[in-house]
Design a protein around this ligand. Sequence first.
Ligand code: URA
Ligand code: CA
Length: 441
Amino acid sequence: MRIYDIILKKRNGHPLTKDEISYFIQEYTRGNIPDYQAASLLMAIYFQKMNKEETANLTEAMMNSGDVLDLSRIHGIKVDKHSTGGVGDTTTLIVAPLVASCNVPVAKMSGRGLGHTGGTIDKLESIKGFHVELTNEQFIGNVNQHKISVIGQSANLAPADKKLYALRDVTATVDNLSLIASSIMSKKLAAGSNAIILDVKVGSGAFMKDLESGIALANEMVDIGHHMGRETVAILTSMEQPLGFAIGNSLEIEEAIQTLQGYGPVDLTELSITLASHMVLLAKEAADIGAAREKVMMKLQSGEALNKFKEFVEAQGGDPMVITDTKLLPHAAYKMDVVAPENGYIQSIQTDDMGVAALVLGAGRENKDSQIDLSAGILMQKKIGDYILKGEAYATLYTNKKDMIEKAKDIIVNAITLTNEPVDKPKLIKAIVMKDHVEIM
Ligand code: URA
Ligand code: CA
């Protein structure tokens, strides 16, 4: 087989065989195909597209390019959750203990944040002592004992995707549905769970800016999951504004604890309950979605989910006292309000810019090696549809970098648009995509 022929075939619009796709992925991962030929094939795929079968074969080849986790020694149906990436998305921290308290095993491999989106591991590490460096034995043991554990992403998980994603990033070939879907699903499938719930974000803070393209991506991923024998459901949700009020690591831990205590932000609470209900259903711990939701609500209201979070923190070396005393979390030296320049209703929020403002304050990484400030971030006071008076705060900044405050302020003032006309709040849950079935809310 020759890579030249594969590029030519795709350039001319023909579907590639399973063998051709495997050959490309294997040889590229091994370093036997140079970046210029891989980039050329990616561009051909970008223009000529891939059909469902090619996309599934690409996913499978990327999944098999590295370690595939074996979670078979964990009892029960393992359900994984994946978000396509958002700003202030605190849901994993709430959903994981919530479903674990419903008897659903959560064996989660998570990543760190990069750019304007945060990572679950960074958030958890703002709890003193918490660590994710567990052996496979410890990880599996923790899930069997506590129903929940989180480890850092193995360096050898879908290495083909790691290489290809970096190449796509610099060759303008990221935003192709087959390439995004196979990239995300190869990692999820290699992480070893039996079923997958996908939170596909739509809006100014997401990859997919509108519902139609979000549904198209969701369909691709749901099809791949089923092709690989994993039940997969996608929920399309709003990323037209940051989720909840907190953006930033320790701020989001505090927000997660408040939500588990029952007084978190309405949107974050509702999304967490919805995702958790679908996971409980996928794990067959409830007969239908209504019963699943009832079970989840009960675990939230009774405090069992909060206790599960405490148990989980303690099992991974973290200080469980943070649950009752969030003052034990890292706190920033400077705190500053950003105020509205005029009266009005909040019409829109450029969500990715809010993530950039949090990054500027120290909450995120510019590149893989940058240091992160766990105490930095933003607490929103107002969301889309709220009325605000001139001089009233719409957000509060937290940072240790005093000289960055003005820059962050400018970004936020420019990211928020005001109007004199009343504005509807965006719909939080927009659609659900299952195998052969799309429900638009
Ligand atoms: N996230 C991924 O992991 N891969 C993509 O291609 C896009 C988003
Ligand atoms: Ca949040």
